[in-house]
Design a binder for this molecule. Structure first.
Ligand code: 5GP
Ligand code: ZN
Length: 128
């Protein structure tokens, strides 16, 4: 536990230098990129859970959605806007699921915030 931030845990202390998604965003690690702009990048998940499974991430290293601040509210909205445009492009007319697993107990394994865009099959609720 970080005494300066009681909400953080050891798993969320990843820094940009050892972060796999920062390395994808910089081009150091290859990924199948579907979209990119000055603030975000969208690429195919390496272990897809649906016919369409993209990850939309900010270029800025932010550990999880729990760390959202007032000055990146627009950025978080932009991730959803990009996901919606990609859903149109990929013809997910019947719907899609956009989800941020937030914290280890919620299934987050990579501690660089990412929006999963899942589609192309029926989605169940509640999620597991
Ligand atoms: P989380 O479990 O944190 O919500 O989601 C992390 C996602 O990142 C998983 O769906 C996993 O398959 C994906 N992932 C992990 N490492 C890599 C990688 O190196 N490349 C790509 N394209 N996806 C990755
Ligand atoms: Zn990162």
């Amino acid at each position: 536990m970080n005494p300066m931030n009681p909400l953080s845990d050891s798993a969320s202390n990843t820094t940009a230098t050892d972060c796999i998604f920062c390395r994808i965003a910089s081009g150091e690690i290859p990924a199948r990129i579907e979209y990119q702009d000055s603030s975000c990048i969208a690429f195919q998940d390496a272990n897809p859970q649906a016919p369409v499974h993209l990850l939309v991430i900010p270029r800025e290293h932010i550990g999880s959605a729990r760390e959202v601040r007032e000055d990146n509210e627009v950025l978080f909205g932009h991730l959803h806007h990009v996901a919606a445009k990609l859903a149109d492009k990929l013809k997910l007319a019947d719907g899609y699921r956009a989800v941020m697993n937030t914290g280890a107990a919620a299934g987050q394994t990579v501690f660089h915030v990412h929006l999963h865009l899942l589609g192309g099959r029926a989605m169940n609720w509640p999620p597991g």
